[in-house]
Design a protein around this ligand. Structure first.
Ligand SMILES: [Zn+2]
Length: 423
């Protein structure tokens, strides 16, 4: 019986791997585009198509059905119309659409999608989630012929050596994090390597990462900046750094992000990656993380370790913030719908969330009393709002840094995502 099962299982995996081999080569195609619009509208404009050397993603899980992101890219085999790859993601442009400026100003942001390198002609379909329905709507489609030698660039811009921080195994069966430095000069590359070791130790201190250490690879790209430090616009501090991170993104002092998407992607492409983490050489508290986009954090603030895992929770597992206030966003969540974030609920469709983890007898919503201190429940106040959004526990690393652990709901979501990449 066991033998028959083994044969059956290997046939299944041959069939699934065959799917990858049928359509793709084990390297990356990157499509850069400009995402433009205002608070209500968005448009996609193609920039360039680039061949990159590595593919860090799964060879089996090619379709992303999480719906966590505000956007979805679908890759169709052009001849048959078959969906052969998809990925859900959010972007800084998408967040900018929710700040006051976007009500009166139109802006464009550079963005990229990556997918395994197609063997035959494909159609790339860009979709945006509609605020009113929570459903993805097709916005633009673009055909790419991989044999078009004039279209696809092979420049290897921004080539740098790579330092191996942590090796779990084969890139196609692990979660691959690439650490990109910002604000480290050439003479500070040894400091950057030390900070990457610190990053690794801090990252694996928290569950569920501790018990999934072997499911990760971490590479660091040794890409120096011209100047040390990072931009602090409100203080008149401007530094010439490789990926141009800056505090005060979207009007929030601690929000440390970059709009130089193209350089960031060039630098990241030096290693196989599923997730980009920018490590910024600064002592000032700050960071950021956007689902399947990129995360940032500083190297030498006393909260550096907790910033890493909190932001990675956004970037990797699509977790929402469990705190109240502290943002410039308007209508970040539609309270009439169940949000996609696995750790935030409006109770519109709680069955799809962590209802199975709430002990019988726990009141919903759950009062914030000591009786329920360590209990999974439904606590009002999350996603920047005091009313209408609920979180799973009173304390969690997605809420505040006074606590030292992710709540069980966040942990489950992280493990699910690890399994997605490691298959
Ligand atoms: Zn949580």
């Amino acid at each position: 019986m066991k033998n028959i099962l083994t044969i059956l299982l290997s046939l299944v995996s041959v069939a699934v791997f065959g799917q990858f081999d049928k359509y793709f080569e084990n390297r990356t195609m990157r499509v850069d585009y400009y995402h433009a619009g205002d608070s209500k509208n968005d448009y996609y404009y193609i920039d360039e198509v680039i061949a990159e050397p590595y593919w860090g993603g799964s060879l089996v899980n090619l379709i992303d059905d999480t719906n966590f992101g505000k956007y979805l890219v679908k890759v169709l085999d052009k001849a048959s119309g078959t969906l052969i790859y998809s990925r859900s993601y959010s972007t800084l442009f998408g967040e900018w659409q929710t700040v006051d400026e976007a009500r009166t100003v139109q802006k464009s942001f550079s963005e990229s999608v990556v997918f395994p390198y197609p063997k035959a002609e494909v159609t790339v379909v860009f979709c945006t989630k509609a605020f009113e329905t929570g459903k993805y709507v097709e916005k633009y489609r673009y055909d790419i012929n991989p044999a078009d030698v004039c279209l696809i660039k092979h420049d290897n811009r921004n080539k740098f050596p790579v330092y191996e921080v942590h090796k779990g195994g084969d890139a196609n069966r692990k979660v691959d994090i690439v650490i990109v430095p910002d604000g480290y000069t050439a003479s500070q590359m040894s400091l950057f390597k030390k900070d990457c070791e610190k990053f690794k130790n801090e990252f694996f201190k928290y569950e569920p990462y501790t018990s999934h250490k072997d499911d990760f690879n971490i590479h660091a790209v040794l890409a120096p900046s011209q100047e040390s430090g990072v931009d602090e616009p409100c203080k008149g501090v401007w530094k010439n750094t490789i990926v141009s991170c800056s505090y005060w993104s979207l009007g929030s002092e601690r929000y440390l992000m970059t709009t130089d998407n193209k350089t960031l992607r060039d630098v990241a492409a030096n290693a196989p990656y599923d997730q980009i983490y920018i490590l910024v050489n600064s002592t000032k508290y700050g960071g950021g993380g956007i689902f399947n986009w990129y995360c940032t954090g500083v190297n030498s603030n006393k909260m550096a370790g907790k910033i890493i895992v909190h932001e990675f929770g956004h970037g990797f597992a699509g977790l929402g913030d469990e705190y109240v206030g502290g943002s410039e966003y308007n209508d970040f969540y539609n309270l009439k719908l169940e949000p996609a974030d696995p750790n935030v609920t409006t109770l519109v469709d709680f069955d799809s969330k962590w209802k199975d983890m709430v002990e019988q007898g726990t009141p919903v919503p759950t009062p914030e009393t000591s009786e329920y201190n360590d209990k999974v429940g439904v606590y009002e106040g999350a996603g920047y709002l005091r009313k209408g959004l609920y979180r799973p526990m009173q304390d969690c690393l997605m809420n505040h840094f006074g606590c030292d652990a992710f709540c069980p709901v966040c942990q489950r979501a992280i493990v699910k995502m690890i399994e997605f990449y490691c298959k």
